[in-house]
Design a protein around this ligand. Structure first.
Ligand code: HEM
Length: 407
């Protein structure tokens, strides 16, 4: 395989995380796999990313693997905690935890949230209208894109309304753990955020254990203490924290990325307003074209593996470029064209295989409800200033997206 160092170096610059797509195009031209760092492979190809996510010979980096890569791993409470969640475990622990969570976080429970999502969208649109009534610029990220998903996931979990405002900074501090390169300062902030949320969620779980309600925390506490499977206390807290943070960090970015694309493609925004373009089609294309999650990793679980014909060392790993796979010219006709009328797009934004996103249905519910309602309520919605991207490679979204609602 060719040397892909130039690709990963470019992605890790500020310009690269601001706009990775020209770099992904270069990665595609290098071939389906290239070599980076010592023993890592970089995979931009749709077919190979799709296949590796489902291949049981590959797994996520668990606590043991992480401890091997990073001797300070055990000193960081945030890293340790995340390693006890579904996201960082392989079979059999992953299957045990995932089936317990899935038994309470069901499609039925999510579908039942639809009226609450619609009500929350209406309420937030009214707030946006009030804030922007005199023509002032309002930050869409702060006033809508964050508040909708945080409100919905808190409603689902049973977190009281008054505690929600703290989560924006805590979620942002924790989600940095997914980035391939982290500063000591960011790591310290993540540890503090993790400690704070663990205390908070521990108290909430104790309350619900004593006095169960109809919410997801009560339900998960019950199955965690149940006869089959079981979750340890640490696993319960790790998975609650993951659900909370994953519940809004990514969906916030889906809403922001979606609105920015509506601004860049007025015909699509008008199509969404008039119903000529389906909200489902629009949201699927936002997911493909500008995925809120841009990459993930896998490690070999057995020896002697190769990726697209390139041998992989047993101590190596694979970087799966979801954002590049979603724009693979071998998979998509005119991949750099934003086209919400595409059929059967099947972007890899929610991953695939055993770790397929547990919240995909919820994220789609929120975005398909919010984006058309937003555009219809404000026919002259427009950007007020240049939006500012977050300087993150993995979780792609805006720091701020100032809008005027009246025009
Ligand atoms: C896993 C993306 C929203 C909960 C994942 C994975 C991706 C992803 C790519 C797989 C990671 C991997 O295989 O390495 C997204 C995107 C979202 C979103 C793009 C929004 C647009 C949500 C929401 C929730 C959620 C709303 C919770 C309510 C989870 C959980 C996992 C996960 C718990 C781990 C599943 C496992 O390891 O078995 N997500 N997600 N996500 N997601 Fe999401």
């Amino acid at each position: 395989a060719l040397d892909g160092t130039e690709i990963i170096d470019a992605l890790l610059t500020p310009a690269g995380s601001a706009n990775p797509y020209p770099i992904y195009a270069r990665a595609h031209r290098l071939g389906p796999v290239s070599r980076i760092w010592d023993e890592m492979l970089l995979v931009p190809e749709y077919r190979t990313v799709h296949q590796l996510l489902r291949d049981s010979a590959f797994g996520v980096a668990d606590a043991q693997a992480r401890g091997g890569f990073d001797p300070t791993f055990h000193e960081h409470s945030a890293r340790l905690l995340l390693s006890r969640s579904v996201l960082e475990n392989n079979a059999p622990d992953h299957a045990r935890m995932r089936s317990l969570i899935a038994s309470v976080f069901t499609a039925r429970r999510v579908a039942a949230l639809a009226p609450a999502v619609r009500a929350a969208v209406d309420r937030l649109l009214t707030e946006l209208a009030d804030l922007g009534a005199d023509g002032t610029a309002v930050d869409f990220m702060e006033t809508f894109a964050f508040r909708l998903p945080v409100g919905v996931i808190c409603e689902l979990l049973g977190v009281p309304e008054s505690d929600r405002f703290r989560f924006r900074d805590l979620g942002s501090a924790l989600s940095v753990l997914l980035e391939p390169v982290i500063s000591p300062q960011e790591l310290a902030t993540a540890d503090a955020a993790s400690d704070e949320l663990v205390d908070y969620l521990g108290e909430l779980a104790d309350q619900r254990r004593a006095e169960p309600r109809g919410d997801l925390v009560s339900a998960l506490v019950q199955v965690a203490d149940g006869a089959d499977g079981r979750l340890s206390d640490q696993e319960l807290l790790a998975n609650l924290l993951l659900l909370l943070v994953a519940g809004f960090e990514t969906t916030t970015n889906l809403l922001g990325n979606g609105l920015a694309l509506a601004f860049e493609h007025p015909w699509a925004a008008d199509g969404l307003r008039s119903g000529r373009i389906s909200s489902a089609g629009f949201v699927e294309e936002v997911l493909r074209y500008d995925s809120p999650v841009q990459l993930t990793n896998r490690l070999p679980l057995v020896e002697g593996l190769s990726v697209a014909g390139v041998p992989l060392s047993p101590t190596g790993g694979v970087l799966l470029l979801i954002g590049a796979a979603n724009r693979d010219p071998a998979r998509y006709d005119r991949p750099d064209l934003f086209d919400p009328t595409r059929q059967d797009s099947q972007a890899l934004s929610f991953g695939g295989g055993p770790h397929y996103c547990l919240g995909a249905q919820l994220a789609r519910l929120e975005a398909t409800c919010a984006l058309p309602a937003l555009l219809s309520r404000f026919p002259r919605l427009a950007p007020a200033r240049e939006p500012v991207r977050r300087s993150r490679l993995v979780l792609r979204g805006y720091q701020s997206l100032p809008v005027t609602v009246r025009g």
